[in-house]
Design a protein around this ligand. Structure first.
Ligand code: NAD
Ligand code: TYD
Length: 337
């Protein structure tokens, strides 16, 4: 059996990856290491938590006594664990530096000594390139992160690279665009707007709504990770972009249409400070390995709206009862949901 460690496996992308990995790789034994922050939830793994090939460890990547032995016995590490929400990083950046930078350092130190390790996937982000007015970011482009989240991810990204260059840790770095799909915490724009729309509540659109994101279905992200675990070149960076460039205002109209609501719910709110105008990825390097996204955006978005509609058990307690969500929402939007 192949020993696989997934950090942050109780979060949005991590839980989708754990589910995908157990289904697709019957020779993998998966250990999830997750601190269960506000964004990490056992419910995200409800259907796989008791799988005999899955072990859940509640712990902090920063705690070397916990994370070290797990890295030591792994053949593959997929490192998702991070603080991930830009708006929270603007309100308070400390935890981003600790988890995203120092946490990655703790894992890489263990990886240096891991005898069987053959792949360490550093999950980075397209946000490390900063805002790109025209064209598409290539893996060789300069990194110009513009908010504390993006800067902490850029630090981790280059730290991982340095452990390949210096110590030969078999690192592959991925920079994915904005993901969407089931189990995404409802502070991020798609699940926030979908669940507000279901409840016929306003959707808070930042600034002029003209910012552009390139949407990637989480299942297509998982397929790209499979490919890179098998065929990625050590020390290389791979962009993973869905190829679905959409302005926020366009995205909002599409969500409202799928949810059966009108544009009357759109409520302009003050812009995010330092709001990156546009991200766009050149994915030629990954496509050369044989990957193309499978999920057409409108289909993926429709199914995602449907998932939130059918799974109120998952998001309603977060939005209506979780003090961490409610105090954040109050601080961010000046109102309760
Ligand atoms: P998420 O916020 O949903 O999940 C993060 C997970 O990490 C949570 O389960 C949380 O409990 C866990 N975690 C946080 N701090 C930890 C710690 N110190 N020790 C152990 N676990 C800890 O995030 P996500 O959207 O699933 O993102 C996963 C990864 O993908 C992140 O590294 C993020 O930067 C990257 N990424 C995300 C996107 C996106 O659109 N969501 C795009 C590109 C890259
Ligand atoms: P988000 O989901 O936070 O992802 P990121 O900032 O990592 O791209 O936001 C996606 C886009 O949606 C971004 O341009 C900011 C915008 N946005 C809003 O307009 N309103 C909101 O309430 C949120 C959370 C985001």
């Amino acid at each position: 059996m192949v020993e696989v460690l997934v950090t942050g496996g109780a979060g949005f992308i991590g839980s989708n990856f754990v589910r995908h990995a157990l289904r697709r790789h019957t020779d993998w034994r998966v250990t999830t290491l997750d601190k269960l922050t506000y964004a990490g939830r056992r419910e995200n793994l409800h259907d796989v938590i008791d799988d005999p090939r899955h072990t859940f460890v509640h712990g902090d990547i920063l705690d070397a006594a916990v994370s070290g032995p797990l890295v030591a016995r792994a053949e593959i590490v997929v490192h998702f664990a991070a603080e991930t929400h830009v708006d929270r990083s603007i309100l308070a950046a400390g935890e981003f530096i600790r988890t995203d930078v120092e946490g990655t350092f703790v894992l890489l130190e263990a990886a240096r000594r891991a005898p069987r390790l053959r792949r360490f996937v550093q999950i980075s982000t397209d946000e490390v390139y900063g805002s790109v007015a025209t064209g598409a970011s290539r893996e060789t482009d300069e990194l110009k992160p513009r908010n504390p989240y993006a800067a902490s991810k850029a630090g981790a990204d280059r730290l991982a690279y340095s452990y390949w260059a210096t110590y030969g840790v078999p690192v592959v770095i991925t920079r994915a665009s904005n993901n969407y799909g089931p189990y995404q915490f409802p502070e991020k724009v798609i699940p926030l707007f979908v669940t507000n729309a279901i409840d016929n509540r306003p959707v808070p659109l930042y600034g002029d709504g003209g910012n552009v994101r390139d949407w990637l279905h989480v299942n297509d992200h998982c397929l790209a990770l499979d490919l890179l675990i098998a065929s990625g070149v050590n020390g290389e960076v791979y962009n993973i972009g869905g190829g679905n460039e959409v302005t926020n205002v366009d995205l909002t109209h599409r969500i409202l249409a799928h949810a059966g609501r009108t544009a009357a719910l759109i409520t302009p709110v003050p812009d995010r400070p330092g709001h990156d105008r546009r991200y766009c990825l050149d994915t030629a390097r990954l496509r050369a390995l044989g990957w193309t996204p499978q999920v057409p955006f409108d289909e993926g978005l429709r199914d995602t709206v449907e998932w939130y509609r059918k799974n109120e058990w998952w998001w309603r307690p977060i939005k209506e009862q979780d003090p961490a969500f409610r105090s954040y929402y109050q601080a961010q939007y000046g109102r309760t949901t």
